[in-house]
Design a protein around this ligand. Structure first.
Ligand SMILES: [Zn+2]
Ligand SMILES: [Zn+2]
Length: 283
């Protein structure tokens, strides 16, 4: 099994060294990991000092250098993939494209944590369905534009705002209101041969579900989606591989027969049967 969404100390909200993460991955019997440290193209009021373009570029450089070292140290034991979680790539398209052409990434996650005019959904307070629905409408519009741009391999945690709207602030969100927008996103992903991530972080958080949930994953399949990637979105080693077994079962229920791993942006489908029998399943 691969965990294709992992943050190290080079993410502003990550805790552990890449060596510690790799050691834990070996303990769990993983075949590989993708180190996907954040590059969030944004200047939100609270996080401005962390997110200047210069600091973002430096962080990407440090993470990439540490992955190069881990690839050397763990060769033959663990496949360490050079990844990045490119947040809001279009908020600074030039820097995004510079980083993508500078570092030899195996795997790029595309994601959105905040809209152009607001801060991370994590920092916002939700007090009505009406407010949440208005923000979700904008969120899906921005995601569609991101997929049109398309310079990533897998779309990360689609429905991210629900982690806080539904899970934390208990707002009754009607996702069905946005089916035209989510269908457009999923169709375009499928048409472009991109992957949809099943992000398992929600399984250890208040929302108690994957991001996105089963209905969206099934819809991706119905609309021609071929590639699913799985990630724990761990920000500390203790969360590594958490929920991946449930994520794989979910993909299976939705009609997928394989999971996808990317190397040098090339998708490799690995049938479910080849992922079994490893220690991670009991984690
Ligand atoms: Zn994220
Ligand atoms: Zn992440």
């Amino acid at each position: 099994m691969y965990d294709l969404h992992v943050h190290s100390q080079y993410s502003f909200d990550g805790h552990d060294s890449i060596a510690d993460i790799c050691d834990r991955a070996l303990e769990l019997g993983l075949s590989g990991i993708a180190v996907t440290d954040h590059v969030d193209q944004v200047a939100t009021p609270r996080l401005l000092p962390e997110f200047t373009p210069k600091k973002l570029a430096l962080t990407a450089k440090k993470s990439s250098a540490a992955v190069t070292e881990a690839k050397r140290v763990y060769a033959g034991q663990l496949n360490v993939l050079r990844g990045v979680e490119l947040g809001q790539a279009l908020h600074n398209q030039a820097l995004s494209e510079f980083l993508l052409s500078t570092y030899d990434y195996d795997f790029v996650l595309g994601s959105i944590h905040n809209l152009r005019a607001t801060e991370d959904f994590y920092f916002m307070k939700y007090n009505s369905a009406e407010q949440a629905h208005k923000l979700l409408h904008e969120y899906f519009d921005e995601l569609y534009a991101l997929v049109e741009w398309g310079q990533f391999d897998s779309l990360a945690h689609l429905t991210y705002p629900l982690r806080y709207m539904v899970g934390r602030d208990k707002i009754n969100v009607a996702l069905s209101l946005f089916s035209a927008q989510t269908d457009a996103i999923l169709s375009l992903l499928a048409k472009r041969g991109k992957a949809l991530e099943i992000n398992c972080s929600g399984l250890r958080q208040e929302i108690g579900d994957t991001l996105p949930g089963e209905d969206v994953v099934r819809r991706f399949r119905d609309l021609g989606g071929e590639h699913i990637t799985l990630g724990s979105d761990a920000h500390r080693t203790s969360d590594l591989a958490f929920g991946l077994a449930q994520g794989m079962e979910l993909a299976n229920r939705c009609g997928f027969s394989s999971l996808t791993v990317f190397r040098q942006h090339v998708p490799y489908k690995v049938p479910f049967g080849e992922w079994t029998g490893e220690a991670w399943q009991t984690h």
